[in-house]
Design a protein around this ligand. Structure first.
Ligand code: SF4
Length: 370
């Protein structure tokens, strides 16, 4: 494995600056990703410093220890990475389980081979308040996606191939760069198909001083078996819960009719691992589950059923972000039911249904956009 050198670190910094220029209006983060958040991602701040061992952790909270550190110290983190890596031989990292031999450089349904491709990394200020703090969330946007929604706001990255090939060492350098410039976490956006690469990079970066929580920012459609391999590595799960109806998922997310059942199982597993998201004294969330639900026009998302399920299966104070910013982009105009934004009335209904489901920790910042 290539050593993380000053040159590769500087390359990460340049990529950071270039990323911000190339994607100045990237929405929040969202995995494949749903259209979360205002387009409020400020450009990253370039730095030319090298992440010398020990100094890279200076922005991390002094009393916080990320979950992955213990596994790094015992060698378990490396073993987990190798298990995930092996699953790419007949790939089963995501629910498509398409069986592609990515280790032989074949490309799966998601568009990924064994080569790591990254579109951007930079501090992100459009995420949930508890993830942003003063330094931003350290977002890394991965190219390709297994869900492939027709309304994806990041479609150039998830389905258009935007991004470039990077090494594990590059990714570790990006994480250290984001920590060094003051981000509160490492936010891996659409991580599923590169989970093996990410765990390898976290292991490498941990040895060089990475001390920030990992935010696993996913479309929600995850295999619980894979999530169990991330137990003790991820501190914050940030899944979408996009659809209550498998027929809708099939229609708008490339045949993913198992979306509701698998996402429900995934949310249960995520909550088992990290519990409910609660802010620390400084306002930053460093551990827990945050669920995002994008309200869609004509109730395509099945919001009432989604909220009812969360209310019945997760604690009442589960952090649920009720998002209003659906925008008919990419291929959405080809589908009349989703070819418009939502109305204020539709958002009001969504919030009312969430409250009727007994949910008490709602993020309804979405009102600002209606
Ligand atoms: S991650 Fe990609 S290659 Fe692997 S199963 Fe999913 S779609 Fe197939």
């Amino acid at each position: 494995m290539e050593r993380l050198t000053r040159r590769s670190f500087l390359r990460s910094c340049l990529h950071l600056a270039g990323s911000a220029a190339a994607f100045p209006l990237l929405p929040m983060s969202t995995s494949c990703k749903e259209q979360s958040g205002p387009a409020d991602s400020r450009p990253g701040r370039e730095t030319e410093d090298s992440p010398e061992r020990g100094t890279a952790a200076r922005t991390a909270h002094p009393e916080f220890e990320p979950a992955f550190l213990a596994l790094h110290q015992t060698g378990e983190l490396s073993q987990r990475a190798e298990k995930l890596w092996g699953l790419m031989a007949s790939c089963e990292l995501c629910p498509r389980m398409c069986g592609t031999d990515r280790l032989a450089s074949d490309t799966g349904f998601c568009g990924a081979s064994a080569k790591l491709e990254i579109a951007a990394h930079h501090p992100h200020f459009g995420e949930e308040k508890g993830l942003v703090g003063t330094g931003g969330s350290g977002a890394v946007f991965f190219t390709n996606c297994g869900l492939r929604c027709v309304f994806c706001i990041n479609w150039q990255i998830s389905q258009g191939g935007a991004g470039s090939e990077r090494s594990i060492e590059d990714l570790a350098g990006m994480m250290l760069t984001l920590q060094k410039i003051g981000c509160g976490n490492i936010n891996v956006v659409t991580p599923t198909h590169y989970s093996a690469h990410i765990v390898r990079a976290v292991d490498l970066a941990a040895g060089m001083g990475l001390r920030l929580p990992i935010v696993y920012n996913t479309c929600g459609w995850e295999r619980p078996e894979i999530l169990r391999l991330l137990d003790g590595i991820v501190d914050i799960y940030l899944p979408d819960f996009k659809y209550a109806d498998g027929g809708m998922a099939e229609k708008y997310s490339s045949g993913a009719d198992t979306y509701p059942q698998l996402t429900k199982a995934a949310l249960i597993e995520m909550h088992r691992q990290v519990g409910t998201a609660r802010p620390s004294a400084d306002g930053l969330i460093r551990r827990g589950l945050i669920v995002r639900h994008l309200v869609m026009p004509n109730n395509i998302a099945g919001t009432r059923a989604v909220m009812k399920w969360i209310g019945e299966n997760l604690p009442a104070d589960t952090y649920v972000n009720v998002m209003s910013q659906y925008t008919p982009v990419y291929k959405a105009s080809e589908y009349p039911p989703i070819s418009r934004r939502i109305t204020r009335g539709e958002y009001d209904d969504a919030v009312r249904w969430a409250r009727e489901a007994g949910l008490t920790n709602l993020d309804i910042q979405g009102y600002r956009f209606l």
